[in-house]
Design a protein around this ligand. Structure first.
Ligand SMILES: [Cu+2]
Length: 145
């Protein structure tokens, strides 16, 4: 048997499983609580409850990790906005700034990680576990009132 064949098959099976996972699968409470820097309100939210935004502090954006890709792969937000990475795959992923400024840590299947944009800039990020998973995040300065 060729070494690595088993893990390749497992990866393929995981990909197929991810492709057919229901889009509206409910999040599990324990995965929400295990996110690295949860907003307090999110950490105590019951499973399936809508996530409260940061009241008066910008827009909430969601990036899904699905079928070994970030969706959307390009996202523009403003300073003060919140970005939530949500792992829809049956395997762990990370969202890791390629320059090392921020890192979600390992997000298990169904887990999410919330991050608030603090400064303008354009960064590429990737999954540290699957470096072919890449995306770009642009943070724009908030327009003067
Ligand atoms: Cu990954």
């Amino acid at each position: 048997m060729i070494p690595g064949t088993g893990s390749l098959l497992a990866l393929l099976a995981a990909l197929l499983a991810g492709a057919v996972a229901p889009a509206d699968a409910p999040l599990r409470a324990e995965t929400i609580a295990s996110a690295h820097m949860p907003l307090l309100a999110e950490a105590v939210a019951p499973p399936g409850a809508p996530l409260p935004g940061l009241a008066g502090h910008g827009t909430r954006h969601v990036v899904e990790m699905r079928a070994f890709a970030f969706a959307p792969a390009e996202l523009e937000v403003e300073v003060g906005d919140t970005v939530v990475w949500l792992n829809r795959d049956p395997v762990p992923h990370t969202a890791s700034d390629s320059l090392g400024a921020w890192d979600s840590g390992t997000l298990a299947a169904g887990a999410r990680w919330t991050w608030v944009a603090r400064a303008p800039g354009r960064v590429s990020y990737l999954c540290a576990l699957h470096p072919a998973m890449r995306a770009v995040l642009t943070v724009r300065a908030r327009p003067a009132p």
